[in-house]
Every structure is written in C-alpha cells, then in structure tokens.
Design a protein around this ligand. Sequence first.
Ligand code: ADP
Ligand code: MG
Length: 697
Amino acid sequence: MSASSPRKGVRPPPTLDTEVMFLKGGGPAAASRLHALGIERVRDLLFHLPLRYEDRRAHVSIAGARVGDDVLVRGRIVGQDVRFAGRRTLRVMIDDGTGPLLLRFFHFNEAQKNHLGEGRWLQAFGGLRVGAGGAEMVHPQYRVADSADQLQPEQSLTPIYPLTTGITQQRLRQLIAQALELAARDALLARDLPGLDGPPTLAALQTIHLPKHDADARALLAGTHAAQRRLKCEELLAHQLSLRVLRQRQRSRPSPPLAKAVVAIDELRGALGFPPTGAQRRVLNEVARDLSGTQPMLRLVQGDVGSGKTVIAAMAMLAAVRAGMQAVLLAPTELLAEQHQRNLARWFKPLGAAPVLLSSRLKKAHKSVLLGEIADGRQALIVGTHAVLQDEVRFAALAVVVVDEQHRFGVQQRLALRDKGGARAPHQLIMSATPIPRTLAQTVYADLDISVIDELPPGRTPIQTVVLSNERRDEVLARIAAACREQRQVYWVCTLIEESDELDAEAAEATATKLRAELPGVRVGLVHGRMKSDARDEQMRAFQDGITQLLVATTVIEVGVDVPNASIMVIENAERLGLSQLHQLRGRVGRGSAASQCVLLYQSPLGETARARLETMRATNDGFAIAQRDLELRGPGELLGRRQTGEIGMKLADPLRDAALIPPLQRLADDYLQTRPDVAMLLIARWVGDPKLYAHV
Ligand code: ADP
Ligand code: MG
C-alpha cells in the first residue's frame, strides 16, 4: 500500500508506530482532530473501537418498520416540497409499495433539493418516528439513484465510532481499514497472550472493525461475540495489571508509622459531640491499624452519602499531628474544601489543632506566607483542592493524605501524592460516596484495601421520594411555593439534554427564568457547569446562607455540598439519569432534622428500564441496594457500555456487566507479572495508557 504523505521525500513504509498524518486521508488537519480522540499513531486507530453497530443489511418495509427503530428503507420518491413552518424544511416523500414515508431535512441546499427529484429511488437509514402526518424520518442518511438495484443494502454490520468535530464515520472507517492492513505485519500485535481464550488479538480486531458478512451479527449487536469477549478480557487483564503495578509503585517506599493512631480515635471521640456509629468505629480501627505500620496505607473508604466519612478523615489527620507530622485533605471543589475546613476546625478546636485552607482565592501575600509555614512544618493540617498537588506546595513531613470523592482523581494525581512525602510515602485514605458491590470494588480498586461504612448516623428522617409525570408540574410548583413560605429551601435539578455544557447551561438558565416567573416571591439562584468556579461558589454560598431559596442546578451539585436547610429536591426528566447519579443527587437533601422530599419528574412515555430505575429510587434510600439494582438493570442493551465506563476509563469492558470475567483474570495478572513482565507492560500500554506512569521507579 502506498501512503500519500504531506511532505516530499522518501520515507520508510508506514507501520503501526507511524503518526496518523502519514496515512491516506490523514493529513495534518485531520491528525490534529484525531488527537482529540486520543489517536496519534496508527496503532491507536486499531484500539479506537466501535461504540455500537448499525444494521443496514436488509431493507425493511415501510409499513412493517417499528417506530423507534433505526431502519434501512428503500422507496421511490413520490413528492417533494419546501415548507416554512417555523423553520425552512425540505420534505421528501418516498413510497416502497407498502406505504409512504416522509423524510424531513432542515439543513439543505439547492443542489441537494434538485438531486432528490420525483421518480428517482432513495435509500435511507434513520430512526423511524410518527409525525403529524404518519411515519417520518428526520435527517436520515441517504443515497439516491435512478434504479432500485443501484441501492443495495450493506453486506455486513456497520460499526459506529466515537467521533470528534471534523472527523466523520466514513473517514474513521477508511483510516482504520489502513491500520488493519498494517497490523497484519506488526510484531507486537502478534505476541502470544497465553491464558486468554478466543481469537487472537488481531483476528478479534478485524472482526470488530470489519465484521464479515457471515459473522454472527446477533452476537456482535449484543456485545457477546467471541471477538468482543476476547478484547474485553484483554482490557480487564490490562486494568488488573496496571492496578497491581500501581500498588507496587505506591509501596516502593516505606511510610512513617503513626503509633498514636489509636489514641487519636479516643481523643476525637471526646471532641465530636456525638458517638461514632458502629460502622465508623470499625473503619476507624481498620485505618488506625494501617497507619501504625511502615507500609503506606492505601485504603478506600466507601460509604453512602451522609454516612459520616469525614470523621474517619479527621482521625487519620489527627494521628499525623500527634506524631508531629502533617496531613492534607483534598476536596474536589473549593466549596467542599471550605466546608471540610470548617467542620474539622470545629472538631479539632478542643484538641488544640487548627486546619488551614489553602484556597485559590487567597491573596498572593497571604498565600506565600502560608506556603512557607507548610514547608517548614508550622502548619500541620491543610485542606484544599487538587491545587495542593502543585509543585509550589512543599511539605516538611507529610504523613497522611486524604482524598475526598476519589473518582475525581486519576492515577497520575495519586502518584503525585505519594511523591509529596519525600523519601517516605504518606499514608493515603481515599473516600468514595459511590457505593458499588464489594466484589466489584475489589476488582475495580484492586490497588486499594477497602473499608465500608454501611450504617447511617441515627436520627435521620428518611427521604420520601415521589415519582410524578411532568403533567403534574403545577402541583409540584404549588408545593414548592408553600415550602418556601415556611423558610425551607429547594434544589431544582435540570438533567442533561444535550451532550454539550453550553446547551445545558442555556437550558438551566431558561428553567431558572421560567421558575422565577412561575414562583413570584421565591428567590431563585442558579449554578451550572459553564460558570466560572468563583461565580458557582458564590451561588452555592448564597444558597447555603439562605439568601436564595430555590437553587436551579445542572448535575454539578452532585458532589457533597451540605445545606441542611434544603429539604426538597426536584429532579426534572429524572428518567434520563442513571441510578447512581440519582442517588448521589438525592443525597443532597435529608441532611437536617426536617423530613425531606425528593420529587422525580418524568416525561412520559417511560421506557421499561427507566420505570424500574425510578421505582427503585422510590422504594429505597440504601445506596448499596441501589448499586446492586443498577447492576441487574443494565442489560446488554448499552452495547459497548460507554458512559458507565468513563469513570475508570475503559474502552470496551464494563466492570459491572463483565464482572464474571474478572476473577480468572486476576490470577492471570499475577502470573503475567511474575513470568512475563514485558508482556504485562505491553498490555498496559495498549489498553490503559502511558506506560511510563506504571514503570518501576
Ligand atoms: P459523608 O459520608 O457524606 O461525607 P459527612 O461526613 O459529611 O458524610 O457526615 C454527614 C453529617 O453527619 C455531618 O453533619 C456529620 O457531622 C454528621 N455525622 C457524622 N457521623 C455522625 C454520627 N456518628 N452521629 C451523628 N452525626 C454524625
Ligand atoms: Mg463527604
């Protein structure tokens, strides 16, 4: 194959390690766009896997097509016009003998319009829906020809890839096909991976990218094909390997033993003003045991929202202070950092310790004084956001690092934490409010030991959840107006409509405007992801201080802000959210002593899974039960599980759905590390990312 190159001169034939811009259809402009997809070299194209497949292998009769399905249809053009109802629309009517179908286009030009002349044949692929005048498709993909037999269905399934602006499916398929040709000659790809079943890597990649016409389409569509399974196993194995290497790396330096940890528990108990729950006591002991050792603690504390994880953090930090060393707590936002600093200050006051807030809002002079005091050890307790990880922040003797809301921090940042301790590695305590079943946690967080707080502090009034159709919005508004008159506060959550921050922000603004009109006299605030963090914090503070009564928010409020007076939450279009996200959101209310309500508004008609999700929310407040249900509800529907895997960055496997594959891979991972570390590193590089991160020190 000859690669056309943007530069002149003789160049060696491309390999998998060549930059994509040397491929046909690559080119510097396309290459820079591909970078946005994480694709730099030809090899990366191979592992840019389809999200799903479209089935264009047969024409479906217009009369027989099911509403809601994506279908391929073919018919003769029987009419065409342009309408100006609100928006200029090109309407093309086709008929395949079984019935008519209306195609509607909003973006079109004259040439396109002329192309779609009456009497010609048209093949369209798109989602079938019911419009005012019967069956229709909006902006289908289409081809036109003069005769029907020039419009044949595809031989095999059509892979659909994740895209970025300026890169089409077509372009990706073309590039990936070239990559597959080069792959056949690649030595690394040919390395044997003993212990893994199914077709070898290359054959599996070929099937997934370019399924043959005789490939098992049902299995591919369902994500259960042997080729998919093979690659999932590779990815899960790579993930296990990376976590093991990470753990080794984290443990490559000793840490300071904090012998007074147990004493710290007693001290803290005296200062808290409430007795720890049984679950907190158990976890406090587990942490204290870790802290008193010379191996760095690497512990994940899982506990539902409101289960009292901060108490555990406080104890670990106190243990560092009592050893004459330092502790730092990292929160995901400035606002949460402030909240932690306030709570800790209150608890530590009778103990003679005072945490400082290292905020990006500090005045320069003040900040440099503070940095000096942290560097020479005068400040022992520090709270901040991940800005605390920057190079300018140096510690005299860092012994404990607490990370709140673990999922916001990546591998790189966790390693940066370790390095903050100098020659000795600080103990790490990671707190997560995303409850996942224990067996699963053990595989996803194989580099960490796990503690679970499975009990809520006493005296909470459970949140009452109601599920209502949008048609009853007026009732909800009346209830909110009444609650605000009683000085209660309300969250109003707008869920994602578009896959863009900008449009979401607009939608949230529109909702706020609307609610202001609908609820005269109620002071309405607004937070969304498009706001600068200062402006967002300001809005949150106004809500915390009761200056605003109703806070319209996108899902940015998901992470742990405490406003005990907020006792009502409305989630609009709740059917769009997953269970764990709904649960996290709901955890924002029910923090005070007043009885709290959560109203889940939905738009009918409700799909079966969405209905089951909302019903689960109505039936239980228990995060672990919800996680378990979440696991059951995720059928193979979400073919290659993209969204859920985002958090841990998997391409193909879903550690929830594919949990059963994991145990044998854990054993295999141990075996690889002992007997073929080079292949282990190869797998990590292929699936997980930057191998330098995982290399031994
Ligand atoms: P989370 O696990 O969500 O981080 P927090 O640590 O913020 O929970 O605790 C939630 C609230 O419960 C806080 O106001 C905290 O002071 C309180 N709390 C924690 N533990 C107990 C307890 N054992 N008894 C009573 N209240 C507690
Ligand atoms: Mg918390």
